[in-house]
Design a binder for this molecule. Structure first.
Ligand code: ASP
Length: 356
């Protein structure tokens, strides 16, 4: 009986250890935090001031500010950039993606956390979800309040994100975004509020899971192609073709399309009114942009949520336009840039927007 209990205990310990991805030396998984800046690394002159500077605090200071983080994983940090995410660039995206792929290809790293400003976090996360080739967890996080603010939420967001990156449960889920106790799929999430700590929402599909002081659970899977099964890669690339976004409104002037084409855009995303609409004249300008310059125009929406349907109020084929499906303008731009970089042509473009 005693022997049986011993055997049982060893078995249970083995199951528990595998379940959280333990490594040999310390018994903890190895999580790398790649810091890019943002409000989570921001500081202000007073704890109650609404003005602050983003991207001030280094990664080691941020790690030191999180109690208990070293009990979740062997955590080490690396500074990729230290900017407000309004200044995140394609160059930083490529550097970040290459570094993540390099780290995850080794046995020394079990998961990655990226700290990032909230303004463009959904863009970076979606970009990474298409070009990171690993099943190991990658989580982006940030905060709405600076590190010196009263009730700063950055340390708990970082703690929770390390717990996700360290867990076996989060493997194969693509790039995740975690703030405010929630786990979002990179593709589905948007920043919906300028200041609120609950500003990240996945308006169409909902959150993928929850995380509470490091305890986490998932209740759905990502629904589109990502990661190892994505055909996109930035290996060997140093830039991407220029794609601009034009915001539509009543009485929109068609010459905006020509201006962007002349400025060098290879693709244009329209943040259209309603279901990806624009003035008749602008639609004609979109047709001309393709016929004369091969510039592909994608119809997304300025509405906060909802699908943009193909052939809704006119036939897309008549104007050579692509419907963004449920990608918002900023994410539609990323997919269009990656597609153009790989030489994708108009006939296959719509399918890519349904697939990714
Ligand atoms: N402007 C900041 C940034 O995106 C806002 C934030 O992080 O919350 O870096």
């Amino acid at each position: 009986m005693k022997l049986l209990n011993m055997k049982m205990m060893v078995f249970l310990m083995a199951v528990t250890l595998t379940a959280v991805g333990f490594t040999q030396e310390t018994g903890l998984p190895n999580v790398k935090i790649l810091a890019t800046g943002g409000t989570i690394a921001g500081s202000a002159s007073s704890a109650t001031s609404s003005s602050y500077a983003a991207g001030q605090v280094g990664i080691q200071t941020m790690i030191n500010a999180v109690p208990g983080i070293k009990e979740l994983a062997n955590v080490s940090g690396e500074q990729i950039s230290n900017v407000g995410s309004q200044d995140i660039s394609i160059v930083i995206w490529i550097k970040l993606a290459n570094r993540i792929n390099e780290l995850l290809a080794t046995d020394d790293v079990d998961g990655i956390v990226v700290t990032h400003g909230t303004d463009t976090q959904e863009e970076t996360a979606y970009f990474l979800s298409l070009v990171v080739k690993s099943d190991k967890p990658v989580v982006t996080t940030g905060s709405m309040r600076s590190s010196t603010s009263i009730s700063a939420e950055g340390p708990l967001n970082l703690y929770n994100s390390v717990a996700i990156a360290a867990s076996k449960e989060a493997q194969g889920k693509g790039v995740m975004v975690s703030l405010n106790d929630q786990i979002h799929s990179a593709r589905d999430v948007s920043k919906m509020n300028t200041t609120n700590v609950g500003s990240f929402v996945s308006p169409i599909k909902g959150i993928m899971g929850g995380v509470f002081y490091g305890r986490l659970g998932f209740f759905r899977e990502p629904t589109t192609r990502f990661g190892k099964s994505s055909e996109f890669s930035v290996e060997g690339k140093t830039s991407l073709p220029r794609v601009d976004i034009i915001y539509a409104y009543a009485d929109m002037s068609p010459d905006l399309i020509d201006m962007h084409v002349k400025a060098g855009a290879k693709g244009i995303v329209i943040a259209g009114v309603g279901n990806g609409n624009m003035t008749d004249e602008t639609l004609k300008a979109a047709k001309e942009a393709y016929e004369k310059h091969g510039v592909i125009v994608v119809r997304s929406t300025r509405a906060a949520t909802g699908w943009v349907l193909r052939d809704n109020e006119f036939k897309d084929d008549d104007f050579y336009t692509i419907a963004s499906h449920d990608l918002n303008p900023a994410k539609a731009r990323i997919l269009l840039m990656l597609s153009l970089a790989d030489g994708k042509k108009l006939p296959e473009m719509q399918e890519l927007f349904y697939t990714y």
